[in-house]
Design a protein around this ligand. Structure first.
Ligand code: NDP
Length: 243
């Protein structure tokens, strides 16, 4: 591992699974989170007790200064930045597009897309010896999420384009940029959208007839970050049980 792995939204769910697996793989990990300090600190303790190196930094990925601080803290603690998982994301309650207000639309785009832009920009500026970025998209980017979350789907469609474009822009600098599209994964994001049972309720419609786990997504992300994926850039991997 060459330098630290920065994981946004690393305090729980898919990001926390990436932090655990990343630390096991030998990355010093820097977890960003927005508000839940208790979960972030508990995860850092767990990783350290298991022999890994970790740091948690609070901040909002949609705020430029917070993003600079996240990367500054990671670099101060662990040296160079070698990897980024652009994972922080939010999901508002289900609504049809005609009923969405502008504040909701802007908040979704700000966290899910602008945040990923700011973090990718900061990572590329600092990855002077090369590196790897994995952007967390969603199957919603392809399916469109009608009647529920078109704002969210649009933000994730932006992530797909960001991934393909940036991959081509920085390939010659030794930086690989790839993405994953999780399907229905069993995490707290569904509760924050007002429907804690959403993932399990929709499970019978998934070809594999079950939801995915955060670890199943994290394993794919860690593979994309690793040298095992050394000739992959600009790809999106669906981790969705066939959805
Ligand atoms: P969770 O809701 O479990 O975790 C979200 C994480 O993002 C938390 O660590 C949260 O911090 C952090 N976060 C939220 N907003 C911000 C912000 N503005 N700035 C910094 N950190 C922030 O989500 P999941 O693990 O389910 O999702 C992770 C990613 O995977 C997201 O991008 C999501 O869109 C994507 N995804 C998830 C799917 C699923 O079914 N779960 C399906 C497809 C994609 P805090 O706890 O402090 O608020």
């Amino acid at each position: 591992m060459n330098g630290a792995l920065v994981i946004t939204g690393g305090s729980r769910g898919i990001g926390a699974a990436c932090a655990r697996l990343g630390a096991q793989a030998g990355w010093p990990v820097c977890l960003g989170y927005r508000a839940d300090r208790q979960s972030a600190d508990a995860l850092v303790r767990d990783i350290e007790q298991a022999g890994g190196q970790a740091l948690a930094v609070m901040g909002d990925v949609a705020h430029e200064d917070d993003v600079t601080q996240l990367f500054d803290r990671a670099a101060q603690a662990f040296g160079a930045i070698g990897g980024l998982v652009n994972n922080a994301g939010i999901l508002a309650p289900a609504a049809r597009l005609v009923d969405m207000d502008l504040a909701r639309w802007n908040a979704t785009i700000a966290t899910n897309l602008t945040g990923a832009f700011l973090c990718a920009r900061e990572a590329v500026r600092r990855m002077t010896a090369g590196g790897a970025i994995v952007n967390v998209s969603s199957m919603a980017a392809v399916l469109g999420a009608p009647d529920e979350f078109i704002d969210y789907a649009a933000s994730k469609g932006g992530i797909d384009a960001l991934t393909v474009g940036l991959a081509k822009e920085v390939a010659a600098q030794g930086i690989r940029v790839n993405g994953v599209r999780p399907g229905l994964i069993d995490t707290a994001i569904h509760a924050s959208s007002g429907d804690p049972q959403r993932a399990s309720r929709l499970a019978p419609n998934i070809p594999m007839r079950r939801t995915g786990t955060p670890e199943e997504v994290a394993r794919t992300i860690l593979w994309l970050l690793s040298d095992a994926a050394s000739y992959c850039t600009g790809i999106m991997v669906n981790v969705s049980g066939g959805r």
